[in-house]
Design a protein around this ligand. Structure first.
Ligand SMILES: [Zn+2]
Length: 286
């Protein structure tokens, strides 16, 4: 499930390996890939285009072309780009092959089949990206942003972190790890967080995503970089898919429950459901 750190790694790989190349032809093997425009127009507008840049916005991977168009990829659950020698050519689940100059080929494969692509001009790209919340590793995402924008919401904190209009790039893996670090129960309502808890959440968002980028992403199942190598951050996870195992903090058991419809992993001892305020009031009543 590529989230911010995985898409960031793929983007950096494409900058190093593919930007500057020319697309000689584009072979769409799975027409469900192309959401906009038609598959035929997608392929014909890519043909002969030079790749001038690669960037990331939220979990979107954006490939910029010298025609002024951009291709926006959403890798969803299992999308993988790979630039590998022909001997290692992937044979299954191929959605797209970009034939590049120098007889190189960039493969897009996805065994889940959910990856989607749009070829957009500059105006369409702006419209597409404008609803997204701020980039959490950039300077304009400051500590006051979350309490200011969602601090009065009665919604649970985990679904809010996953909402790409609130903040960009966080998915299910990093959300669970962030909430563990911040010692916040995933069902806590945003309007019950104290100033100190907002500060801990902010620090945990920045540190977990930065570590994910530094370790070139998390490979739980499908994620690979552009040279088909797994990431390294799975070795640093504390709670995600660790249910039944001891919490590294208190040695209690990590549990798994659905929160907001998503499988969620947390330590019930370290991440209390009652806010300190509520807990304090209950204790004084007893
Ligand atoms: Zn614990």
């Amino acid at each position: 499930m590529p989230e911010l750190p995985e898409v960031e790694t793929i983007k950096e790989d494409l900058r190093g390996l593919v930007v500057g190349s020319e697309i000689e032809s584009a072979e769409v093997l799975d027409p469900s890939l192309v959401e906009q425009p038609s598959t035929e127009e997608f392929a014909s507008r890519l043909e002969g285009a030079g790749i001038t840049g690669a960037r990331r916005r939220a979990k979107h991977l954006i490939v910029e072309l010298d025609s002024g168009d951009s291709v926006v990829f959403q890798l969803k659950i299992g999308g993988q780009f790979s630039l590998v020698p022909p001997v290692e050519e992937p044979e299954t689940a191929l959605m797209l092959i970009l034939h590049l100059d120098g007889q190189r080929r960039l493969f897009l494969r996805d065994e889940t089949g959910f990856t989607r692509a749009r070829l957009l001009d500059a105006g369409e790209l702006g419209d597409r990206l404008s609803p997204l919340g701020p980039e959490p590793l950039e300077d304009d995402f400051e500590a006051g942003y979350l309490p200011r924008t969602i601090g009065s919401r009665r919604a649970q904190i985990k679904p809010l972190l996953l909402d790409q209009k609130v903040v960009s790039g966080i998915g299910n893996i990093y959300a669970d790890e962030i909430l563990y670090d911040a010692r916040l129960h995933p069902r806590r309502k945003a309007n019950t967080l104290s100033e100190g808890e907002w500060g801990a959440l902010y620090a945990a968002i920045r540190s977990n995503l930065a570590a994910g980028v530094e370790h070139r992403g998390t490979t739980v199942r499908l994620y690979r970089d552009v040279l088909d190598r797994p990431g390294g951050h799975q070795n640093y996870l504390r709670v995600f898919e660790k249910h039944g195992q001891p919490c590294p903090g208190c040695k209690g058991e990590v549990v798994r429950e659905k929160v907001g419809g998503r499988p969620t992993h947390y330590c019930p001892a370290c991440q209390r459901e009652n806010s300190p305020g509520e807990g304090g009031r209950l204790e004084s009543l007893w």
